[in-house]
Design a protein around this ligand. Structure first.
Ligand SMILES: [Ca+2]
Length: 217
């Protein structure tokens, strides 16, 4: 009999310990905090534990919904200011560094990319990935594009295109931690050129949110 009682009491003790441990947890940021549930006498611990499990499930579901609520991804292509019969044309060279405006939007989930200014503006604190491809069909010229975070150059591609080399593709990319409101854009360095096409997407700019970061940088 004593053995049976011991065997029965052990699981009950474990349940009480687990229940009390949950009761001590504190999550002041959630209105459904598990600390809202207080455990009463011993006979109510089963229902107490059941309520806490239900509450935890709701919290996990809320977190899952909030994580998926911010979708940010874009791709856009550059278009030439003037074009030849095949649709090709060069942007630049300019005397000063100039923002490249990729006006042809391929994807713009979340509308964080502006085809009017060419800039991406971070809608939330988070870690993002950006990549770009730069095409050139030019002889004896500086070619290339730079990626900027706000007013700071992060990565670039550049080359002097010599006589025997008239066509090139280049790409680069970066993972950036951004605060809400930070901008990312492509800049044509002064004296440089880039080629694009009016009908096809040769020179492109893409980016997306990898994950949200609470509290900023
Ligand atoms: Ca080359």
């Amino acid at each position: 009999m004593k053995t049976m009682m011991k065997k029965t009491m052990l699981p009950l003790q474990l349940i009480v310990i687990v229940c009390l441990s949950y009761g001590q947890a504190d999550d002041s940021t959630n209105k459904h905090s598990i600390s809202d549930y207080s455990c009463g006498p011993l006979f109510s611990h089963f229902s107490c534990l059941s309520a806490k499990v239900g509450n935890l499930r709701r919290e996990v579901e809320d977190l899952r919904k909030s994580r998926n609520s911010v979708g940010v991804a874009f791709s856009a292509a550059l278009r030439p200011p003037t074009q030849d019969k095949q649709g090709f044309g060069n942007t630049g060279p300019f005397q000063a560094d100039t923002n490249l405006v990729h006006t042809h939007v391929i994807t713009n989930v979340g509308n964080a990319f502006s085809p009017r200014t060419g800039a991406f503006t971070a809608p939330v604190n988070g870690v993002y990935y950006f990549t770009f491809t730069s095409y050139a069909w030019i002889k004896e010229a500086n070619i290339g594009v730079a990626l900027y975070k706000n007013h700071e150059q992060v990565v670039l591609v550049d080359e002097y295109q010599d006589k025997g080399d008239n066509e090139d593709f280049a790409s680069n990319g970066a993972t950036l931690q951004l605060a809400k409101g930070d901008t990312v854009s492509l800049v044509l360095p002064s004296g440089f050129q880039v080629t694009s096409n009016a009908f096809k997407n040769f020179s492109t700019f893409s980016g997306f949110l990898l994950f949200h970061v609470e509290g900023g940088q």
